[in-house]
Design a protein around this ligand. Structure first.
Ligand code: PLP
Length: 425
């Protein structure tokens, strides 16, 4: 059976195939970049239009009018996000943006005391996470060179949980790691890291930008202390859309490190008094007014997630990334002269939603793919991330991607294309 026939068979049997038409796929293109910016759903468009109409016809009354209720939008969206991360409704809120939420949570939960002042992160972290941690350490009068431990990677792709646990000495106050590493797509063992931290009196937080909407989590069961993520990647809420955060209920009532009026008790927020009285749940970590338009977009997208179910989404995602790896291997693309290497762990428990393809001419291959109508994602110096997204990618798209990769290398296009990355890559 040809790769394409196998793909068509898998598409015909795909229980999620109907969701593909709920999205605007780019005309004439195959989109493999949903881990950077998810595509727009028709549901999001409808909800944004509704929000615009409400603004147009209700003005200020949109905050409280039934059917609009913007005032509690962050909490409503939090309740819809909770099943994706294994939390109860009041532990999640949609607010802020990824890095801002990281600051708000680290400002709360990083409490250096005596000897216990170090933070564990990793050398493969997304840079923004590290910049935020460095500045938080500086705010506490610390020295990032001494107080920030960046776990090193043996292979430049992955982080060993054993190394993370081994670094948890009694001078560590906080461990903050990604759920899924943004380049290699390695999924870390969140449960093990959270429990090991807890046994040692260390707070554990996670950046779930690369797993929210792709990998189900069980934060409550794993006793994660806090987490935060964006909604514009796998959650498809649009560029710069509102972020989200999780605070485990055992921390409810703690004074937020970066408080703002939107985290006040809802019933009394407009009393406008100066004594802090935080909302009872994770809502207390909101700082500012909820962005209603991107919240509307997120609501549309979450309707789809809650219909499809995160377990079904994960099952298809794993099947798709396995199919991609199979086709690369069957087509000989992992051997000479194609020389593509896979940077993602192949164990299903250790991989997120994308596959990292490594090649010496990765930038040029990414350009050639784009010219041929396939939208990949490039990360310097040598990684092409391919993210088949369960809700809108077909197995046929994957077969087409592999066929095109093969054709590009056979034609030597990777040798003639520009080797430089673009500004946003
Ligand atoms: C995408 C991403 C971010 C983005 O941060 P913003 O504050 O939303 O710009 C942060 N951390 C990780 C790990 C990411 O993948």
């Amino acid at each position: 059976m040809t790769a394409r026939d196998r793909a068509l068979e898998l598409d015909a049997a795909d229980p999620l195939r109907a969701y593909r038409d709920r999205f605007y796929r780019l005309p004439g293109k195959i989109y493999m970049d949903g881990n950077s910016l998810g595509l727009m759903s028709k549901d999001s468009e409808t909800h944004i239009r509704t929000a615009l109409e409400q603004w147009k016809t209700l003005g200020i009354d949109g905050w409280m009018a039934p059917g609009a209720s913007w005032f509690s939008l962050g909490e409503q969206l939090g309740a819809m996000l909770a099943p994706l991360v294994g939390a109860s409704e009041d532990e999640v809120v949609a607010t802020g943006t990824t890095t801002v939420n990281q600051h708000a949570l680290v400002a709360t939960f990083y409490r250096p005391e005596g000897n216990r002042r170090r933070i564990i992160a990793s050398e493969l972290d997304f840079p923004s996470d590290i910049y935020a941690l460095q500045s938080q350490i500086l705010l506490h009068g610390g020295d990032p060179r001494r107080d920030l431990i960046r776990i090193s990677s043996g292979d430049g792709r992955t982080i060993e949980e054993n190394d993370v646990v081994a670094a948890m000495s009694d001078d560590v106050a906080l461990v903050l790691l990604p759920s899924v590493l943004y380049r290699s797509g390695q999924l870390l063992d969140i449960e093990r890291i959270a429990q090991s931290a807890r046994e040692r009196g260390i707070i554990a937080g996670f950046d779930c930008a690369h797993s929210a909407g792709s990998v189900p989590h069980r934060f409550d069961e794993w006793e994660v202390d806090f987490a935060f993520w964006c909604t514009y990647k796998y959650l498809n809420a649009g560029p710069g859309s509102v972020g989200a955060l999780y605070v485990n209920r055992r921390h409810f009532g703690v004074h937020p490190g970066l408080a703002g009026w939107w985290g006040y008790q809802k019933e009394r927020q407009f009393d406008m008094v100066h004594d802090w009285e935080g909302a009872p749940g994770a809502g207390a970590w909101q700082i500012s007014t909820t962005p209603v338009l991107s919240g509307a977009s997120l609501r549309g997208s979450l309707d789809i997630f809650n219909e499809a179910g995160i377990e079904a989404i994960r099952a298809k995602s794993l099947k798709m990334t396995a199919f991609l790896v199979d086709l690369l291997s069957d087509g000989g693309l992992l051997d000479h002269p194609y020389d593509i290497a896979i940077g993602t762990p192949l164990d299903a428990n250790r991989r997120g939603g994308h596959i990292a393809l490594e090649h010496a001419s990765a930038a040029a291959i990414a350009r050639a793919l784009k010219r041929r109508g396939i939208v990949p994602d490039f990360r310097a110096p040598n990684v092409i991330r391919i993210a088949p997204v369960a809700l809108y990618t077909s197995y046929e798209d994957i077969a087409q991607t592999v066929e095109t990769l093969q054709a590009i290398i056979e034609a030597g296009e990777h040798l003639t294309e520009d080797q430089h990355r673009e500004l946003v890559a």
